[in-house]
Write a protein that binds this ligand. Structure first.
Ligand SMILES: [Zn+2]
Length: 301
């Protein structure tokens, strides 16, 4: 009997070691970068102007809602305090046309997120903007980016403008159940190789990693300002600044290709400072950008 009792310290130690290893691999350790990811600014500029026609005048943003995640899910190894995140939709504006970039989620879906707050009036303005837009494009196919389309009360009115890429449309991460029955079948996916100008000054470049359908959206304004919408490659600019992405548990929860994302974070850190990187969920970067007048809050008529 005494021999049996002596096994317990080893069992406890074993559990402790497993928990420590789990914390290290799932929450603390950032991924090492995979093969180099190239962002060729000269090629993006050429594609932006080669599309022919006037470059856009300005960018607008709507904050559709907010939520929060434990910080260590956002930046590997950064502890469990809650980290605030925003749900945004952007609009690129010409005098007589516009392109919507990402559509957040409807208020009912937003309320299911942890620590969330929804702005139904902002969502209504987004719905109106989608109807007026020439095109609606997405940094990727996750529901907090395509949800505004899935929840559109008049889907037929926007179907022709929705430019889901072939990779986004076919992705297992596109939550088909969120779309009303039959609506997805009415969309025509966009197939492209290399760079694709969806409008003068708005260029797409594939960036699979966070999801199979992730892409960069480069925007160049008539005044020469350059923007790069990077979606959820980073959840906060700290991912780029610290060169630390999400932890290993992201691979389990989201099937993220973390080495690919790490290589993209490296490429983003090399960009010149006049290329304004817009990450989808960073409230501090949003405030900074609005204060410095890079773009304005609210979709105007
Ligand atoms: Zn997102």
């Amino acid at each position: 009997m005494p021999a049996k009792r002596r096994r317990w310290p080893w069992v406890v130690l074993g559990i402790f070691v497993v928990l420590l290893a789990g914390k290290y691999f799932l929450l603390s350790r950032p991924a090492a970068p995979g093969p180099e990811y190239v962002i060729d600014l000269a090629a993006l500029h050429s594609a932006a102007v080669a599309a022919g026609g006037a470059l856009p005048q300005r960018i607008e943003v709507e904050k559709i809602g907010e939520f929060s995640f434990p910080r260590t899910l956002v930046v590997a190894g950064e502890g469990f305090r809650m980290h605030q995140m925003v749900l945004l939709a952007h609009r690129v504006v010409w005098p007589d046309s516009s392109v919507v970039i990402d559509t957040a989620m409807a208020p009912a879906a937003t309320k299911k997120m942890p620590g969330s707050k929804a702005d139904p009036a902002a969502f209504d303005r987004l719905e109106a903007a989608m109807k007026k837009a020439n095109a609606i494009v997405f940094t990727h196919e996750h529901v907090d980016h395509v949800g505004g389309v899935a929840a559109a009360p008049d889907f037929a009115a926007i179907a022709k403008k929705v430019r889901l890429t072939r990779e986004q449309y076919d992705s297992p991460k596109l939550e088909r159940g969120e779309f009303p029955a039959g609506t997805l079948a009415t969309l025509e996916p966009l197939s492209y190789q290399g760079l694709y100008a969806v409008a003068p000054g708005v260029v797409l470049q594939k960036a699979p990693g966070h999801s199979p359908g992730s892409q960069l959206i480069y925007v160049e304004l008539t005044g020469g300002q350059r923007f790069l919408f990077v979606g959820d490659i980073a959840w906060t600019k700290d991912n780029i600044r610290l060169q630390t992405g999400r932890p290993g548990i992201a691979t389990l929860l989201m099937k993220e290709d973390r080495p690919a994302v790490a290589a993209q974070l490296h490429a983003l850190a090399q960009l010149p400072p006049d290329v304004h990187v817009i990450v989808a969920h960073d409230p501090i970067a949003l405030d900074d950008d609005l204060k410095s007048g890079l773009y304005r809050e609210g979709f105007t008529d």
